[in-house]
Design a protein around this ligand. Sequence first.
Ligand code: FES
Length: 169
Amino acid sequence: MKVASAIEGARAVTPGPDKAIDSQTTEILAHFKGEKGELIPILQQVQQRFGYLPEQAMKRIAEFVHVPPSTVFGIGTFYAQFKLVPTGRNIVKICWGTGCYVRGAPRIISEMENKLGIKDGGTTPDLEYTLETVACFGSCALAPVVVVNDKVHGRMTPDAAKKLIDKKS
Ligand code: FES
């Protein structure tokens, strides 16, 4: 994703200053000295606290470590561990690696997209689910694999995958 479109995406969900984001960012920054080398650990803590990197927090971080905001947005965009928009409380990852692909991953992905009403990388409007595809979990013997909130489910079928969601609904 390009930095400009990522920034637009972040703006779409962060319409204005939020006192809670501001105070919690201040709380996190209090544990750091304001050095450039602290940028990634700070972003990791902010990501952990909010589940994504709010634009407002990224601007504060940029000032704190004395770098342009574009540097912070660039890092937030580059590393897969960081999200610029809120993610769901439940993260559903479907393996798209070769082993899973040949054993039926495409149907699982398409049925899960239909069930949740979102596409790969999307989040349901109620922030309950985020759907992602992943290259390979390293559990190819269990293909096709679906991971829900870090719990690995192997030898999935489209119906079994949908039941994982039903259990949580
Ligand atoms: S290809 Fe799916 S876990 Fe490796």
